[in-house]
Write a protein that binds this ligand. Structure first.
Ligand code: AHR
Length: 501
């Protein structure tokens, strides 16, 4: 008999929007993320449109990817955009020193990235080079992409086949400049930021939202310095935080071969995201109490040891049910802080770290994390509804963490969507849910994401071991709504408040 718990969802409390960009993505020139994962070239036998593989583009459209960050990551601070334009055979090659030392032929550049975003129907987010680039280089990149009049850069763009300028909204001023992006101090970067940001111009009606390189993990001093020095010049500040199963960058832990001890501690560790956002937001609140500046968690996800037998510089890892539940826990944290967190970008879209798709030549897997993203599309740009409940504990040996995590939101059409995750590997829970402020609740539908094992995966041979199913573990009776939460599962419930329509 499951334990009955109570949950209250309030429609009466003033709230904020869950920006759909929280469900954003990050794709770097790293391993097989761009090349093969998304871009195969127009001459490939893999079905493609203008070089972008059709299966992947369609899969990404289905989860409504709102924004895509590119070209890095660490790669961004050694990327020189002018090498990636013009006739492909003439493009300068470079060594990708961060990721496997492979030769990058620059066949995927600015035009290709913006074509990819056009096909996916997402907002492009370009991260410029501060570490090894110049102010002029960044200024000219913006001019090349966005200037509508006659200028050296707009002429060059037209010679390369793009008559009209593109619009670009999000622009990162360097990546991890405290580390791979130049090993700078916060004060030094703040000064560099001012120089670079000054010359990022708004041409031809395009309005750029500048994102400053933010802290790693718990570096609150970095946030303090950036907010103190340059807050008036930024739309947002980034934050990077990865979950490592062992907490150790040396041996991070396997993506598939893990026991409950590792599962428990990985999920416990991922909950640190809540503390990080809370504390960075507190620093930001000091300078920006009105929360005008966004926190953009533009790299996050689980980082495991790479798949045995693959190039260690390519960061290819499998993806299990655990990772889908971990994604859901992080989504709930972002949503709860959506008055400050206006964007998040999982690392990375394809074939690298916590991917939503894995490819092997012409084959493609939708990972468990993909399915979590799909369920959470229900919350895109909806109004966050505060949820009050006491989570049961998930106990392992003598430790305990909250078993249940949840987001509720209301869409513009009045639909109430609730995603509830039970990370407990063994225990089922049952919740009685009261929706305050609703006149007449009807259940519309429900889906569940679960599998037999915490480390169940989808493979190229068996694509759907971990996938969503229609779910009937809920009842609406005499005005009381109850839902059963199976162990290690994520449930989406769609409700409709008849009176709200
Ligand atoms: O996502 C992989 C790497 O992690 C990125 O290139 C870098 O920004 C971060 O350290």
């Amino acid at each position: 008999m499951p334990n009955m718990q109570k949950m209250i969802i309030s429609q009466d409390t003033p709230s904020f929007k869950i920006d759909k960009n929280i469900y954003g993505h990050f794709s770097e020139h790293l391993g097989r993320c761009i090349y093969e994962g998304m871009f195969v070239g127009a001459n490939s036998e893999i079905p493609n449109i203008n070089g972008m593989r059709t299966d992947v583009v369609n899969a990404l459209k289905a989860i409504k990817i709102p924004v895509l960050r590119w070209p890095g990551g660490c790669f961004a601070d050694e990327y020189h955009w002018a090498d990636g334009i013009g006739p492909k055979e003439k493009r300068k090659k470079m060594i990708n020193t961060h990721w496997g030392g492979v030769v990058e032929d620059n066949s995927f550049g600015t035009h290709e990235f913006l074509e990819l975003c056009r096909q996916i129907e997402c907002e492009p987010y370009i991260c410029g080079n501060v570490g090894s680039g110049t102010v002029r280089e960044m200024q000219e990149w913006v001019e090349y992409i966005t200037f509508d009049g006659l200028s050296p850069m707009s002429q060059l763009r037209q010679e390369n086949g793009q008559k009209d300028p593109w619009k670009i909204k999000y622009w990162g001023v360097g990546n991890e400049n405290w580390g791979c992006g130049g090993n700078m101090s916060a004060e030094y970067y703040a000064n560099e930021y001012k120089r670079y940001a000054t010359y990022i111009r708004n041409f031809s009606g395009n309005m750029i939202h500048k994102i400053a390189c933010g802290p790693s993990d718990a570096d609150y001093n970095w946030t303090e310095v950036l907010m103190r020095e340059v807050r008036y010049m930024m739309w947002g500040l980034s934050l990077h935080h990865y979950t490592l199963p062992t907490g150790n960058w040396g041996a991070k832990g396997s993506a598939t071969d893990f026991d409950e001890n590792s599962y428990f501690h990985t999920l416990k560790s991922t909950m640190k995201m809540d503390e990080l956002i809370t504390r960075h937001s507190t620093v930001m609140d000091k300078y920006d109490p009105g929360k005008a500046i966004a926190l953009a968690v533009d790299e996050w996800g689980i980082w495991t040891d790479c798949e045995p037998g693959t190039n260690p510089g390519f960061l290819y890892q499998q993806n299990s049910l655990r990772d889908a539940l971990l994604a859901a826990v992080n989504f709930d944290i972002f949503n709860k802080h959506a008055d400050r967190v206006k964007m998040a970008n999982i690392a990375q879209t394809a074939n690298v770290l916590q991917s939503v798709v894995l490819t092997d030549k012409e084959k493609m897997i939708l990972t468990p994390t993909y399915h979590a993203f799909k369920l959470y599309t229900a919350h895109h740009d909806s109004i966050y509804l505060p949820v009050y409940f006491k989570s049961p504990d998930y106990c392992f040996e003598n430790e305990r963490i909250p078993a249940v995590s949840c987001t509720a939101s209301k869409s513009s059409s009045g639909e109430i969507n609730i995603t509830i995750t039970n990370i407990d590997s063994e225990n089922e829970y049952e919740f009685e849910i009261e929706i305050r402020g609703a006149a007449s609740i009807n259940s519309v539908s429900s889906e569940i994401l679960t599998a037999d094992k915490i480390n169940s995966v989808n493979t190229f041979e068996k694509l759907d071991t971990v996938t969503t199913q229609t779910y009937d573990g809920f009842t609406v009776k005499d005005g009381v709504f109850t839902v059963k939460l199976a162990p290690k599962s994520l449930v989406l419930i769609k409700l409709c408040d008849k009176a709200a329509k």
